[in-house]
Design a protein around this ligand. Structure first.
Ligand SMILES: [Zn+2]
Length: 41
């Protein structure tokens, strides 16, 4: 397969994938410190 490249959205935070928060394993969510919850860089 040669379709390796993905179209990565430029301003999307790679840490939380644009969600702005993380899902915690034990439940609930935590604001992403990388983008301060905005989901963008
Ligand atoms: Zn983030």
């Amino acid at each position: 397969m040669t379709t390796y490249k993905k179209d990565v959205q430029n301003n999307e935070c790679p840490y939380c994938k644009g969600d702005g928060y993380f899902q915690l394993r034990l439940g609930g969510s935590e604001t992403c410190a990388c983008c301060s919850g905005s989901g963008r860089k």
